[in-house]
Design a protein around this ligand. Structure first.
Ligand code: MTE
Length: 318
């Protein structure tokens, strides 16, 4: 592991910032106009062009919900990834995720809600002010980072679909397309990747739908164009490249729990007192740091989220 100099968050001049919807519709115009010519010149059909380059976003920094620890570098966050759809090495997603086409993109919303259907990404994002939130991110493999995400609360989106009283959980699904995601041709996991949250976890103000990091749209390897971020849970709960959100009455299956139920529970809250059966969770290696840190209960978000689990034995509901 090489240690790199940390980059400071780069404030982007307001003149360079494009609100996400404007950015998307501009891409749409390009795809119908000059983009075709450019795409053809480059040897791609415009709609099948290679990955979108991360583009600046308009956002407001949410200092109250951000940690004061320095963020990891853009380089670390975008080259040390878990995204098994593109391979199992940490460097595979950055090297291979360019085959994922994130435009056009739609998300289907269904289940126990009054409003359901398949919505273009632009409609999903409409009306949501983007915030930058610097969160701790703790992987179950005992490494961690600090990431300046850009996104909006998942709860604000869910409210728009008017969940019924039967909606007790939310289930998420990643795109399934082995042509774009070559790792899906290998049955290491039961594709597509799926995840879930209890309704109150999904509605918690810290639970974010991220569309960007470091002020720009997400690179493919980080789960473009839309991924979940649940900062008090192990990183695998933060499902990438979401195409379906379902409100459901029963606890939904989740990929790692189905793959290895003895090792990964449904809740997967960061907990230094409950070890993984094969390694300790007491400490973590923060990328870029020499000495291991103590892992904090709920990843340091205890005062905000412990109430969600009142009366639950965290060894049983792990
Ligand atoms: N989502 C999908 N669809 N596929 C994956 O393999 N890996 C998970 C999670 N979301 C994964 C996923 C794991 S194990 C982690 S630690 C985080 O994504 C990594 O997010 P990052 O690469 O942005 O740091």
């Amino acid at each position: 592991m090489r240690f790199r100099k940390r980059a400071s968050p780069t404030p982007i001049p307001a003149s360079e910032i494009t609100p996400y919807e404007t950015y998307l519709s501009r891409r749409e115009l390009l795809a119908g106009g000059t983009g075709i010519a450019l795409g053809a010149a480059l040897g791609f059909g415009a709609r099948h062009a290679a990955a979108e380059a991360p583009a600046p976003l308009a956002y407001v920094r949410n200092a109250a919900l951000s940690v004061s620890e320095p963020p990891n570098s853009y380089q670390d966050i975008t080259t040390y990834n878990n995204f098994y759809e593109f391979g199992t090495d940490k460097s595979d997603p950055a090297a291979r995720a360019q085959s994922l086409r994130t435009r056009p993109w739609s998300v289907s919303v269904g289940g126990e809600a009054e409003v359901t259907g398949t919505f273009p990404l632009e409609d999903i994002l409409k009306g949501h002010a983007l915030e930058e939130r610097v969160y701790r991110f703790r992987c179950v493999e005992a490494w961690s980072m600090v990431i300046p995400w850009v996104g909006f609360p998942l709860g604000d989106l869910l409210k728009r679909f008017k969940p019924t009283s039967r909606a007790k959980y939310v289930a998420f699904k990643t795109l399934y397309d082995p042509k774009q995601m070559p790792g899906q041709s290998v049955r290491i996991l039961d594709w597509p990747y799926v995840e879930g949250l209890r309704m109150d976890e999904a509605m918690h103000p810290l639970t974010l739908l991220a569309v960007g990091l470091y002020g720009k749209t997400l690179p493919n390897q980080n789960g473009a164009p839309l991924r979940l971020v649940v900062p008090w849970k192990y990183g695998f709960k933060s499902i990438k490249s979401i195409v379906r959100i379902r409100l459901v009455s029963h606890q939904p299956p989740t990929t790692w729990n189905e793959t290895a139920p003895d090792e990964y529970g449904f809740y997967s809250n960061v907990n230094p007192n409950v070890d993984h059966p094969r390694w300790s969770q007491a400490r973590e290696r923060r990328l870029g740091e020499l000495w291991k840190r103590k892992t904090l209960l709920f990843n340091g978000y205890e005062s905000e989220v412990a109430g969600l689990y009142k009366g639950m034995d965290l060894r049983v509901y792990r």
